[in-house]
Design a protein around this ligand. Structure first.
Ligand code: TNX
Length: 511
């Protein structure tokens, strides 16, 4: 190679000015630039409130992010009265207006202070600070710097309390390490729920002690006939724990009564005709159904949901309910009338795809809307009657839709979805006639019929996942494609540094 060697490249300091404090995705609620700046250096100390082990963990996490690329020691030390300078993480009851997830970031010539009511707010503030540092901060080897942040104040709280991403680990299985990698990517955009689609026709992915063949046999393949896989209980708990360390709550989904071939293949008695079908490795939907009339069906569901609830600290159990094309409408309603109380019995909240609105959603239930038109009257009626909504319109949020006709991965049944399409809708008004107050938030599902590697995940999720994250976090008044695309463009070098194989959409002015 001629010209720049690694040595001279790493010796040359960057000469670019630090970005404005507003150059963050999702857009912060309020930004006040004050001039000045702070440069993290070999002298910088991270101060944390001693009394909060969780806040201490956030401080250590920040140090872990910054140390490899900066090469600085960045010791994490207790915050004592009168401390100023360096990086300070502080918990303050005065910040009550910041709510559970909000934070304030103050940058002066002396240091950076992140203040929040809860550790989750500190964590989100850390993600903002991270994005305000040069993209090279994401490298895991020492980089030149300087590590300068613009002066001013960011005051930030989320628009919605539910900001989710779903990974379909059923059509193709993803290992614990792959899920954790995605969790890290989601955390950067303040996503706070990880929905795992744990069962479908092609695979059952969670060990259930009372029905061991579900995972052992039902998990033994995937789309295309690969070896599949499943999570042991310990592995599932590891994912739950890792997600929690990034302030994401796991929402496990057992899809039923349809999308159940893997279970039906594992246990013959679950079939109305008593005969187990073969395992399925294709990509059709709507052909399978649990046997609604049989008592064993509900013993099975009780066992599965009891074991899953015991492993899941989060409030939701997702019971699927989509595309039950082989279940009559009457059977579907009868089935949901019996299954929802089982979720409640195990002290969890029902989350289900929006077809639940065709049955009788129980009090407190949440429907995940995946339609493309925004006109489903049953869902509007349910929302008016108190069912809350997570918005996942397929033509905007489905990360498995192709960007354009030449996208190699993905499907196109909901249309091609460029990043501008992903961004250009409003969760509060998309389902026409539903009260805006029913909307709990948004979710971006990644179905995996065609997705099987980290690079596939990266290519389909980026840059669209950050678009959905911004709709979930940022105030509606800041919704602006022309401003978003510029902030999004600045994320590209960060994804390069993180090894994310993103789609270089021609709609975005990448640097
Ligand atoms: C529809 S949308 C499905 C999934 C498929 C997906 C592919 C919904 C709740 N169900 O079974 O994987 O389309 O895009």
């Amino acid at each position: 190679m001629v010209g720049v060697t690694a040595g001279t490249a790493s010796a040359a300091p960057r000469d670019t000015a630090p970005p404005p404090l507003s150059q963050v995705v999702p857009a912060p609620a309020a930004v006040h630039e004050s001039g000045g700046s702070y440069t993290i250096g070999g002298y910088t100390v991270i101060r944390v409130p001693e009394g909060s082990p969780e806040a201490v963990r956030v401080g250590r996490y920040l140090a872990g992010l910054l140390r490899p690329s900066t090469g600085y020691a960045l010791p994490v030390r207790p915050l004592t009265a009168g401390d100023e300078g360096g990086i300070v993480l502080a918990l303050s009851g005065h910040g009550t207006a910041l709510g559970d997830e909000g934070y304030r970031l103050d940058v002066t010539n002396h240091g950076v202070a992140i203040t929040a009511k809860q550790p989750s707010g500190l964590f989100h503030g850390v993600q903002t600070l991270r994005q305000l540092l040069p993209a090279a901060v994401e490298e895991r080897t020492r980089q030149p710097g300087p590590w300068t942040v613009s002066g001013g104040t960011v005051t930030d709280t989320p628009r919605y309390s539910y900001r989710g991403a779903m990974l379909d680990v059923s059509r193709h299985f993803f290992t614990v390490a792959q899920v954790e990698r995605y969790v890290d990517q989601l955390a950067l955009y303040k996503i706070n729920y990880l929905h795992l689609h744990l069962s479908d026709d092609q695979g059952w992915r969670i060990a259930i002690s009372s029905w061991p063949r579900l995972a052992a046999y039902g998990g033994s393949t995937e789309v295309g006939g690969g070896p599949g896989g499943y999570y042991t209980k310990a592995q599932y708990e590891q994912i739950v724990h890792y997600a929690a360390s990034r302030y994401l709550t796991v929402v496990p989904e057992i899809d039923m009564p349809a999308h159940t071939n893997a279970a039906l293949a594992s246990y013959a008695p679950l079939n109305c005709n008593g005969a187990a079908p073969p395992l399925y490795t294709g990509t059709n939907v709507g052909f399978s159904s649990l046997c609604v009339q049989k008592a064993v069906t509900y013993r099975f569901i009780d066992d599965v949901l009891r074991e899953l609830a015991a492993l899941t600290p989060g409030p939701y159990l997702h019971i699927g309910g989509d595309e039950a094309h082989s279940t009559s409408a009457a059977d579907y309603t009868a089935f949901m009338d019996r299954v929802q109380p089982i979720v409640a019995k195990y002290r969890k909240t029902v989350l289900a795809w929006h077809e639940i609105a065709n049955a009788h959603p129980i009090a407190g239930a949440v429907a995940q809307y995946w339609g493309t038109a925004g006109t489903e009257q049953s869902v509007v009626a349910a929302a008016k009657a108190g069912t809350r909504l997570v918005m996942s319109p397929a033509n905007h949020t489905y990360l498995d839709m192709k960007y354009n006709p030449s996208t190699k991965l993905g499907l196109s049944w909901a249309g091609y979805t460029e990043v501008k399409d992903a961004y250009s809708w409003d969760p509060a008004t998309f389902l026409r006639g539903a009260p805006a107050s029913a909307v709990l938030g948004v979710e971006a599902p990644l179905w995996s019929e065609t997705i099987s590697t980290n690079d596939h995940i990266g290519y389909m999720a980026f840059p669209r996942l950050p678009a959905i994250a911004e709709l979930g976090w940022s105030p509606a008044a800041l919704h602006d494609w022309d401003a978003f695309k510029v902030r999004l463009a600045a994320q590209g070098p960060r994804w390069d540094a993180l090894g994310i194989d993103y789609y270089r959409s021609p709609q975005v002015p990448w640097p």
